[in-house]
Design a protein around this ligand. Structure first.
Ligand code: C2G
Length: 449
């Protein structure tokens, strides 16, 4: 018996896929089809897959051509599969010409002519509503956002707003956008959605204005600095059936999401303690240290709070802080404790002190260790009492990682059933604002200078 194997995403199954499967099947007596898992597609940068793994498997099954279907979950799996299943022929479309020659060591490799003028991307684009996006602010993060947006389909970044017209115009030219304006209403009337990357103290006002104008909002962290304001803005978004999403990139990246799911399903027992750090050294007197809402907690706290909010919930009963501040009162380093009824989360954030940026989550059956920089979660380990019992997980965090939050934002806009992200929910975002508020009210804070 001649066994043939082929692989694909098979999203929105079309006649190009059918032609491929038919010819692959004709190369032998038994056809195994590997369908890519959602995580694997994300890891290889394919963020725009529309159908779930279950739907794609069902579509391949319905062709009647596959004798066996397997799931492709990681890079390098093809070699394992070919050996495990005693495969004689590996077949793939000619768009992959020469890419799989390394498999010749294990079996025959056949490149089949790709069917012209049809692809999942073409079908997706034809069905896709393109969201026109305006950027508010033109600083560091906004500059990183534009290249990232090129990796996400269904978005057209049209223009930029900055109250300083020359800054807006420079940004427009640098990124070849269609317009730049110093008039917020002009921006809001020209787009479907906005990405807010302006200084923290302006977030509330811009978010409110955009929602009132009927525009979806993706706002950089921290969304706002008080729970009341965060609640008001999420209520406003809900009342207008608009998406409001806080752009906290770690929450949306593949590795962190999987870590949360694993721990939620009991991989280390009950979580009893979390320790997360995020520090960076900054030179001179940048915005992080000189703006109205400067300091390491407002700048970096959202990241440090995230593991606690995801794993222990939003109902902490007390938060306390110890800060080292400069002469102007700006916190350069803060260590804090978030107390829950039956667990604790501690964190360190710093703009003037550098420390190890890892994340350790301790449970009743083991612990998760995410090495620095944990906020990318490219790798983590689940460790247990037995030092040999270590599970290792690898992920990709592509580019600056802003593509993941934009992808989620567009999914929410296009999926009218789902207005809130489970990856970082309004309740979690409101709790993050409450923690920043707790810090800023100074009640449970001690300071050194
Ligand atoms: N295909 C084709 N003609 C088209 C479109 C696709 O012959 N017009 C083929 C591809 O060459 C591939 C298969 O159909 O062999 C599945 O295509 P995709 O779903 O696009 O899968 P892909 O992302 O190419 O993944 O490990 C995954 C594989 O490497 C292929």
């Amino acid at each position: 018996m001649i066994k043939v194997i082929t692989y694909g995403t098979f999203d929105l199954l079309h006649h190009g896929h059918l032609n491929l499967l038919r010819r692959a099947k004709a190369l032998g007596d038994y056809l195994i089809v590997g369908v890519t898992s959602e995580n694997y597609d994300k890891a290889r940068g394919k963020l725009n897959v529309k159908k779930s793994l279950a739907e794609r498997v069902a579509d391949v099954l319905a062709t009647g051509l596959a004798d066996e279907i397997i799931v492709e979950e990681y890079e390098g799996q093809k070699i394992d599969d070919i050996q495990r299943h005693n495969v004689d022929v590996f077949a793939i479309g000619s768009d992959w010409l020469d890419k799989f020659n390394y498999l010749r060591e294990y079996c025959r490799v056949v490149y089949l002519e790709r069917t012209k003028n049809i692809s999942s991307t073409m079908i997706r684009d034809a069905a896709l509503r393109v969201t026109t996006l305006g950027v508010i602010g033109s600083g560091r993060i906004a500059n990183r956002f534009i290249p990232e947006s090129k990796y996400v389909s269904g978005v057209d970044v049209a223009g930029v707003y900055n109250p300083r017209e020359t800054a807006a115009a420079e940004f427009r030219d640098r990124h070849e956008l269609r317009f730049a304006t110093a008039n917020l209403h002009q921006l809001l009337s020209s787009v479907d959605a906005v990405y807010i990357a302006s200084p923290h103290h302006t977030h509330a006002e811009y978010t409110r204005a955009a929602l009132r104008a009927g525009r979806h909002v993706l706002c950089e962290k921290p969304l706002v600095l008080t729970a009341a304001e965060a609640t008001e803005l999420y209520d406003l978004a809900a009342a207008r059936d608009l998406v409001l999403l806080e752009a906290l990139k770690s929450a949306y990246c593949p590795g962190f999401k999987h870590l949360v799911s694993l721990l939620k399903s009991g991989a280390i027992g009950q979580v009893k303690d979390i320790s997360a750090s995020f520090t960076k050294l900054v030179e001179g007197k940048p915005r992080e240290l000189s703006s109205r809402e400067a300091g390491s907690v407002t700048e970096l706290g959202s990241y440090a709070f995230l593991p606690a909010l995801k794993l222990l919930g939003v109902h902490y009963h007390r938060a306390s802080f110890h800060s080292w501040r400069d002469n102007a009162g700006v916190d350069l380093f803060t260590r804090g404790l978030i107390e829950y009824p039956s667990a604790n989360a501690s964190f360190k954030v710093g703009l003037g002190v550098k420390t190890e940026g890892n994340l350790v989550i301790s449970g009743t059956r083991g612990y998760a260790y995410v090495p620095a920089p944990w906020w990318k979660t490219e790798y983590f380990e689940l460790r247990h009492e037995n030092p040999d019992d270590v599970k290792k997980y690898f992920y990709k965090f592509d580019g600056d990682g802003l593509r993941y939050e934009l992808d989620e934002f567009l999914r929410l806009i296009n999926d009218r059933e789902r207005r809130h992200s489970y990856m970082f929910s309004p309740a979690e975002s409101i709790a993050a604002a409450r923690l920043i508020e707790n810090f800023r009210d100074g009640k449970n804070t001690t300071n050194i200078y």
